[in-house]
Ligand binder design. Structure first.
Ligand code: RTP
Ligand code: MG
Length: 139
């Protein structure tokens, strides 16, 4: 399994708050190359499918509502050690616990509306990338 790719979304809060450009700049400056990207929208059904692993968690219903509340930016990113390095770049799930200078510390609103998604394993990075992009859209 390749360890040089991860998948991200700029979530509806960050899109609404006008942070797309700043977050993409942060990602690029962090050494990640964008190999696929689209401005799109998750229906409640699609959001439920994407976050199916969290189905039994108490925050699942709210999360699905939030993730389908507006447009998102989905992207595949390339860099050595991509999954772990990207999670370091974005910071802790809860922005109040995220390190200074991380994307979530800078741009997130709350533990739910936390600005960005980052895959948690190489396997999930591949699955999530293919959820949004066909082979023709990955460079
Ligand atoms: P993500 O998958 O979005 O990159 O975030 P993560 O790994 O840091 O966090 P995870 O545990 O996978 O949770 C997925 C998303 O669910 C929302 N969440 N809400 N209300 C809550 O307590 C709560 N906990 C998690 C967040 O949007 C989180 O990113
Ligand atoms: Mg996660």
């Amino acid at each position: 399994m390749e360890n040089n790719k991860t998948f991200t979304m700029i979530k509806p809060d960050a899109v609404r708050n006008g942070h797309i450009g700043a977050i993409l700049n942060h990602i690029t400056k962090g050494g990640f190359k964008i190999t696929a990207m689209k401005y799109t929208y998750l229906t409640p059904e699609k959001a439920g499918e994407f976050y199916a692993v969290h189905k039994e968690r108490p925050f699942y219903k709210d999360l699905v509502g939030f993730m389908s509340s507006g447009p998102i930016v989905a992207a595949i990113l390339e860099k050595g050690n991509a999954v772990a390095d990207f999670r370091t770049l974005i910071g802790a799930t809860d922005p109040s616990k995220a390190d200074e200078g991380t994307v979530r510390k800078l741009y997130a609103e709350s533990i739910e509306a936390n600005a960005v998604h980052g895959s948690d394993s190489d396997e999930n990075a591949a699955i999530e990338g293919s959820f949004f992009f066909s082979a023709f859209e990955k460079f």
